[in-house]
Each structure stands twice: as structure tokens, then as C-alpha cells.
Design a binder for this molecule. Structure first.
Ligand code: NAP
Length: 294
């Protein structure tokens, strides 16, 4: 009897939704891994405006998706349209990754994982700084800051000072994350920057085409062993990082966090835990027009 024809496993389709979505670099990351691991899958950008978010997520399973990423401005709203959230998504109140379990959409947030995994990768042992008890300074109190505050608290940083232009938003996060956090105004940055081990910019200040505003931060006062991290990655070296570099401080750019936050989603959708490699980083840098600066 003739052998039945071999069947290819069905294509697994994942998405990234946002509004706008054109700028997203995530398809480059997942496309690289799909090719590298020779998988029958796809990862597509879908423009979804806020009014269509509920419909898109409610019909994602029947549309044939195995899950996807959620980006600006949907991360908080997506909370209302998943069947279940994991602990971290519940704590942060925002979702950036969904997958299917038992025909239900499950939401998580991998930004904090990406932040910590990148630091562990690029600066192994960095969290020994928490034992110096000087604490960390997080500039910004928007959506992304929550994952950073949570990650720093997990690694023992205490106190965590949250400085934001809109003071009330910093105060709100202090209430949310508890005793070890303190709220501060941006003009108080010079008072605290000298006393912390870690400074993270989570604002969009420094991002291309946003604003020419600058932080009132004087890196000459910052401890020589402190780490300065900007989660913005366009440009790779923001004015904030450039000033810290000039002072000779250890600096970390935002691209590594972007690469590492993609790992858990890819594993959920396609069944392989992918590696963040130098080759992948180089591809992203080329796309960002940053290769000559590395
Ligand atoms: P968001 O929720 O809109 O928050 C924006 C933050 O920036 C707020 O704290 C806001 O202060 C502050 N800000 C904006 N313009 C400012 C100005 N002129 N002066 C002072 N503060 C200003 O945005 P988000 O989702 O948190 O994202 C923030 C940045 O992180 C974006 O650039 C995003 O691309 C980047 N990001 C990177 C990664 C990564 O993987 N590397 C992941 C997530 C986000 P107010 O509260 O006063 O408005």
C-alpha cells in the first residue's frame, strides 16, 4: 500500500497589534527566529485602533492566531479582553503578550523579564548593587516604568525613587508598589542622583522626534559604580546615555530589553525558547541605522 503523503504541521500565526504599528521592530526579531529554527510560522503586524481592540482579541482564536504581542496604546485596555491574566500582568495592570490555553486567551507582561534578562546578559552580577543599599532611581511613571519598578524590587533594590513630570502619577505608583518606593518631582533629580546605584530612564524623553527637553541630572555627582540604563532605543545612545558615558559610567541601552522581552512569547507560540544573539542584535542595529555607532 502506498504511504500517505507527509503532512507539514499547520502554519502557526502570531501577531503584533498597535496603533500606529508600522514602526514596530518585533517582526524582524520573530522573523529571524522563525527562519533560524526552520519553523512553519508567521508573525504579522496588524493595525488595530482602540475601538477595534475588543473585537480583534475576541476573534483572534477563530481567525487562526496562536497569540501575539500588544503594544502602544493597547497594553492596559487589553486587560479587559483576555480570559485570564498571569500574576505579573495582574500586578502590572498591563499586557504585552497573549497566547492560547484550552481555547482561551491568556495575557502576560514580559517587559520586566526583558529588562532583567538583558541586564543579566550584558552585565552579569549587576544586581549585587542592590546590596549596597543605595537604591535605584526610576525616571518616568508611564506604562513601561511599572515593569522596571517591579523588576528592580524583585532584585532587592530598596529604596526605589520614582521621579516624574506629573508628580501624581509617581505617587500613584508608590501606592501601587508599596513601602520601598518614594515619589519625586523631576527638579529634585539632582538631590537623589548622587545617592543611588542604578538610574533608569523610562520616559520617552530622548526618543527621536519627541522633544528637545532634557533631564536636570548631573552625572558628575553619580557614584562611579552606578549603572545608567535608558529603555529608549531610538536613538540607541540617547542624550541621557551619552552624558552618563562621558562621566565614565556603565551604560545599558534599550535594545537589549526589546530583544529579551520577545523570548517568552516566541516560546509560547512556536514551542522553542529562542536565543538572543549578537547576530540578531546586529540585524536590528542595521535596521535602526545604528551599526556604525556600535
Ligand atoms: P507612556 O506610558 O506614554 O509614558 C511616558 C513617560 O514619559 C511618562 O512618565 C511621561 O511623563 C514621560 N514624558 C514624556 N514626555 C516628557 C517630557 N517632555 N518631559 C518629561 N517627561 C516626559 O510610555 P511608555 O509605554 O511607558 O514608554 C516610555 C518609553 O519607553 C518609550 O520611548 C518606549 O518606546 C520605551 N519602551 C521601551 C521598551 C524596550 O523594550 N526597550 C519597552 C517599553 C517601552 P508624564 O507622566 O508627566 O506625562
Amino acid at each position: 500500500m502506498a504511504e500517505p503523503p507527509k503532512r507539514e504541521p499547520a502554519e502557526r500565526r502570531a501577531f503584533v497589534i498597535g496603533c500606529p504599528i508600522d514602526h514596530s521592530r518585533s517582526p524582524i526579531i520573530h522573523g529571524f527566529w522563525l527562519k533560524k529554527y526552520n519553523l512553519n510560522g508567521s508573525y504579522e503586524k496588524v493595525h488595530v485602533d482602540p475601538e477595534s481592540l475588543g473585537h480583534f482579541l475576541a476573534t483572534a482564536i477563530e481567525a487562526g492566531f496562536v497569540g501575539g504581542n500588544i503594544t502602544i496604546p493597547h497594553k492596559e485596555n487589553a486587560n479587559h479582553f483576555v480570559a485570564e491574566r498571569d500574576d505579573i500582568a495582574t500586578t502590572l495592570g498591563a499586557i504585552n503578550t497573549v497566547w492560547i490555553s484550552e481555547n482561551r486567551l491568556i495575557g502576560s507582561n514580559t517587559d520586566g523579564y526583558g529588562f532583567l534578562a538583558n541586564l543579566d546578559d550584558q552585565s552579569p552580577g549587576w544586581d549585587h548593587l542592590s546590596r549596597k543599599k543605595r537604591g535605584a532611581l526610576v525616571v518616568g511613571a508611564g506604562g513601561a516604568s511599572r515593569a522596571i519598578i517591579f523588576g528592580l524590587a524583585q532584585r532587592g533594590f530598596d529604596p526605589i525613587i520614582i521621579a516624574n513630570r506629573t508628580f501624581e502619577k509617581a505617587e500613584h505608583l508608590v501606592k501601587k508598589f508599596g513601602r520601598s518606593c518614594h515619589a519625586m518631582r523631576l527638579d529634585q533629580l539632582p538631590e537623589v542622583s548622587a545617592s543611588v546605584s542604578m538610574i533608569v530612564n523610562t520616559t520617552s524623553l530622548g526618543m527621536e522626534a519627541t522633544t528637545s527637553d532634557e533631564f536636570p541630572i548631573d552625572f558628575s555627582q553619580v557614584a562611579a559604580d552606578a549603572i545608567v540604563h535608558d529603555i529608549v532605543y531610538t536613538p540607541l545612545t540617547t542624550p541621557f546615555l551619552a552624558a552618563a558615558k562621558e562621566r565614565g559610567l556603565t551604560t545599558i541601552d534599550g535594545l537589549g530589553m526589546l530583544l529579551h522581552q520577545a523570548v517568552p512569547g516566541f516560546e509560547k507560540w512556536f514551542g522553542i525558547r529562542p536565543d538572543v544573539t549578537k547576530e540578531l542584535r546586529q540585524i536590528l542595529l542595521r535596521d535602526l541605522g545604528e551599526l556604525e555607532n556600535e
